[in-house]
Write a protein that binds this ligand. Sequence first.
Ligand SMILES: [Zn+2]
Length: 130
Amino acid sequence: MCVLPKAGKHIAVWHFYIGELVEGRKAIINSVAKERIEILFRLAEKVYPEDSKLAGSYISMLNSIRAHYKVPAPSWVKNRICSVCSSVLIPGLNCRVVLAGSRGHAVYKCTVCKAEKHVRYKKADGPGEI
Ligand SMILES: [Zn+2]
């Protein structure tokens, strides 16, 4: 049996409670989505040398989870996926990494589609993203 609060000041308390529940639910959904994104990326990274097609399907699943739940992928995942062909960037296998020391970024060049990704590794006030 559901007991609803009476009208008056209890309504404000009830709304606060529901708002707290919604916030808690969002936090749980975000944490589960981030965990799944990381698991899918690690699977894609592991499988890519043997089956690049399967790795591509893992990446497309990752992108659909990211889009559905509106959760940003962690930067270390985002930096390791080619934005043009959506393949997992594995240095020495399908990408080349060149450090541009004077500019403070690394250039990840995808050997599949020749796209370049610039990732900062130097920050003015602390360590970078790599
Ligand atoms: Zn690419």
